[in-house]
Design a protein around this ligand. Structure first.
Ligand code: WTA
Length: 571
């Protein structure tokens, strides 16, 4: 079915004319809105919270938080107070500028106090997704030399504290927790802490946040972002999220992933919006209830979530009053035209696709309210950033030719390094002047970008990025597994699912129990979302002469495609 373009909509938007802005926009105009353009010293958490308290938003609700047990709201003044307190208790534990403070817990108000407090004292925050198991937690704390961790009693079991000599203190979120040695009680200390804090004024290039993310080879890598990224968080919160004074905004992403920080914390609060945070797991009823209850106006979610809502049926949706919604956005995977059509039907609104990555720190290619949408297209680069399709030599390709999706180096929220791995960082910039994303795409005659796929083997399952190498490494730790190769298999709801091909060691027999045991082994060792949903046993896996598993061949087997050049394959 041919998809009709959806016309721009009428309204009073933060971005009124895309073409005009794309032509004339200059990032220095964003900086001039903040006093740090004069002093040169800044702190993102101050700009996101305290600035609004000194202005006229002190009593405006900054955070509506709810989950199965809690139902709370905090004004910007409250957020200032609690983040100051958190900053003080972290500082008392010896945290200094540049130290890594990791936050490993499910969503809760304390998570947000801790993140903001750590940033206020100049620390680099490392958020960890709550589903990570011991192996994944260890890799990240070790690689980053984390000094302090904030976590809950339940998650503490997955932290190998004894093996981490540089981890000096662990804050536990539990009122009745008895302190001993390095284990400190976050809540009692927070209660007793001073409400005033000496903010650490930092340089724009000082470290802000370390997000670990997966590539196709090697362990997860720590992508470092700096305070300067706020320019782009702020400006895209206006242009793309289109946040305005009275908006109630809900971003469904967890802060363990970049969307949950850049657009669950930084963007919305930098522009002084009211932010809804909902804890707990996904269910269609719960999500619709959240939209209705808070009268959410701007909603940022992901294709997998929209597809799950779609498959729950429109009958469920009809029970709720969702008329407050005015602007919908999506990120993380290709947004199918079918989902856009569903959005038009049930919300009478266009879903705006946005493309970006952990490494880009903020949105790059987007659809804007003031612009026509071509369903299936990611949209156009934000003003002030140039994106292009280039070949492997760095030549820009003409319209409608598929190639590497690349961004001209130097946008404000660009990652500044890969922690402990400058070589990896440089590998993104091997083509002079360009950041090469690892995605392939083409651009049409009118400048719209269309996603085609990943060039490497990175898997996007339910919007979460999983490196096949990490899963394979865990699989071969299982006593029955001799060899393992992991691919993303297309799936109508999750985008892709993880499928593992496994060759067993001698003496092991294929069985349902063994399959289940292997799956649980990855669940417990890495994370539930990294466990293969499908496992296929083979006597032997295709390998190169140097012993590398050929995922390309596994994928061809799976999809019934030609296997291509096999000259490097062992006999
Ligand atoms: C994919 C998430 C298609 C892409 C913010 C990218 C997308 C990877 C889109 C980054 C989109 C993100 N359409 N694919 N609109 N947005 N992706 O680092 O392959 O978790 O390289 O960042 O997700 O995933 P990451």
């Amino acid at each position: 079915m041919k998809v009709q373009a959806l016309p721009s909509v009428e309204g009073n938007f933060n971005l009124k004319n895309y073409e005009e802005a794309a032509e004339s926009f200059d990032w220095s105009t964003v900086e001039q809105q903040f006093t740090w353009s004069e002093t040169g010293k800044l702190n993102l958490a101050y700009e996101a919270i305290d600035r609004h308290v000194s202005g006229d938003r002190a009593n405006k609700v900054a955070l509506y938080y709810s989950d199965a047990n809690r139902d709370e709201q905090y004004t910007f003044e409250d957020m200032k107070k609690y983040s100051n307190k958190a900053g003080n208790i972290l500082r008392d534990a010896g945290v200094k500028k540049g130290d890594r403070v990791f936050i490993f817990m499910p969503r809760s108000p304390e998570l947000y106090f801790a993140v903001l407090g750590a940033i206020k004292i100049g620390a680099i925050v490392g958020p960890l997704f709550e589903a990570f198991m011991e192996g994944a937690v260890r890799d990240r704390l070790e690689d980053s030399d984390a000094k302090v961790l904030v976590t809950t009693p339940a998650l503490l079991e997955r932290v190998p504290v004894g093996d981490l000599p540089n981890l000096e203190s662990v804050f536990i979120i539990d009122e009745s927790y008895e302190e001993n040695g390095p284990y400190l009680n976050f809540l009692t200390r927070l209660n007793g802490a001073n409400e005033d804090l000496d903010i650490e004024w930092v340089d724009r290039e000082d470290g802000l946040i370390l997000h670990y993310t997966s590539g196709s080879t090697g362990k997860p890598k720590g992508v470092l972002h700096v305070h300067n990224a706020m320019l782009q968080h702020y400006q895209t919160a206006k242009w793309v999220l289109d946040l305005q004074e009275d908006d109630i905004y809900w971003c469904t992403a967890d802060p363990g992933w970049v969307t949950g920080t850049s657009y669950g914390i930084f963007g919305p609060w930098l522009v002084g919006a009211t932010n809804v945070i909902r804890g707990g797991r996904f269910s269609p009823q719960d999500w619709y209830e959240t939209l209705e209850r808070y009268k959410v106006t701007v909603w940022y979610s992901a294709p997998t979530a929209f597809r799950m809502l779609m498959s729950a049926g429109d009958e469920v949706l009809k029970k709720y009053d969702l008329s407050s919604l005015r602007h919908l956005l999506s990120v993380g995977e290709p947004l199918n035209p079918e989902v856009v059509r569903w959005g038009m039907k049930v919300f009478d609104l266009r879903i705006h696709d946005t493309w970006w990555m952990t490494e880009t720190g903020a949105q790059i290619i987007c659809n804007y309210p003031c612009m026509e949408i071509r369903p299936g297209s990611m949209g156009k680069p934000i003003p002030g950033v140039k994106a292009a399709i280039i070949d492997d030599q760095g030549n820009e390709l003409p319209p409608n030719r598929m190639g590497n999706l690349a961004i001209q180096k130097g946008w404000p929220s660009m990652m500044r390094t890969v922690w402990n791995n400058e070589e990896k960082y440089k590998s993104y910039f091997e083509i002079e002047g360009w950041y090469v994303s690892g995605d392939s795409a083409y651009m049409d005659e009118d400048g719209y970008f269309w996603f085609q796929g990943r060039i490497d083997d990175v898997i996007m399952t339910a919007g979460e990025r999983v490196g096949p190498f990490e899963v394979e490494s865990k699989l071969v730790e299982h006593p029955a597994v001799a060899e393992a190769g992991v691919i993303g298999k297309p799936d109508p709801v999750r985008g892709e699912i993880i499928k593992a091909f496994i060759a067993l060691r001698d003496g092991y027999e294929v069985s349902d129990e063994l399959q289940e045991d292997i799956r649980n082994f990855v669940k417990k060792g890495l994370a539930a979302h990294a466990a293969p949903r499908e496992i296929e046993f083979r006597d032997k896996l295709p390998k190169t002469r140097s012993g590398k598993i050929m995922r390309r061949v596994l994928k061809a087997w799976e999809l019934d495609l030609p296997t291509g050049d096999l000259s490097t394959m062992e006999d």
